[in-house]
Design a protein around this ligand. Sequence first.
Ligand SMILES: *Cc1c(COP(=O)(O)O)cnc(C)c1O
Length: 363
Amino acid sequence: MTTPYLTIDLDKIEHNARSIVDICNRHGIEVAGVTKCVCGHPEVAKAMVRAGIRVIADARLENIQRLKSAGVAAAFMLLRIPALSTVDQVVESVGVSLNSELPVLAALSSAAQRRGRIHEVILMVDLGDLREGIWPDDLADFVARAIELPGIRIKGLGTNLACFSGVVPTQENMERLVALTRDIEETLGIDFEWISGVNSSGLSLIVAGHMPAAVNHARIGEAILLGRETICREPWEGTFQDAFALYAEVLEVRQKPSSPVGEPGQDAFGGRPRFEDRGIVMRALLNVGREDVDASGIMPLDPGITVLGASSGYLVVDATDAEKDIHVGDELGFSVNYGALLAAMTSEYVKKRAYREGAAVPC
Ligand SMILES: *Cc1c(COP(=O)(O)O)cnc(C)c1O
């Protein structure tokens, strides 16, 4: 296998998924497994399905197509608000989508009717994270209009927190979501099936026993993939944090100064980097760059190596204190955070090496 590559331990992902599903199920919450951070990698989705997940959610229709073509045995949910220009594909590809705009719902309604189908939707409510969703003041009018649309069935309300502004799910905002749901059900004489409350940031609230019982649906990605809750990024008990690792190859390793020589100006990305002068150091150049990874989101697996930065195609590390000798041609491994994983999965230059119990799985 040529470098760089990303290893994906499918057994660890399955284990993580099982552990998250168990916790949520014990609290009456169904889990949709979110694959957007791995670009809808079919083997990852299959690992989630083996762990008991029945619905796979992804933000991109292309990813959902890939999952379906690969025969992933699940129902599919579109996590991102559909673009008006994609309603036909949405109705074709998924049973459920998240929505917040009437023109889109109207178009989904027509698309569903043309196919003689019912398209299910979760209406997203913005409880303060200020990304997608209907503001609570506008909700009652919105739902009153949405239920009139033929071919559309409102499965319930949902909210997404801790993604854009970092607002955390609390007992208060979850109770607010439940109250909004009950209000609307009563006013309009309808029953919603789902209250889709949280993503990985809601796990702590669930295990603390502070999640209102009416919240019965969660959409979980990072906690399954990287084994962390996402408020403080603490490792989640009973999960692995190292299901993924990025490997790159050493292209150059040389003693050079730690501080740049010459007149300082901008780097390739318009930044003005500063480097601590530590005298002469052992610098190594590796074959991943900003095109493949977020250099601030990776950690060398070998002790004593530190990441200095990256340009589009190179990663530069300080290997002065490395415990092992570093040579040209060596592969160095790195752990990845959410942003780095997303970039590495998206980069076509990073090969994906998914395996189970030592057996490589074609990807
Ligand atoms: C990405 C996303 C999720 C999953 O978030 P994680 O933090 O990975 O669990 C859930 N819901 C929506 C709407 C999303 O966009």
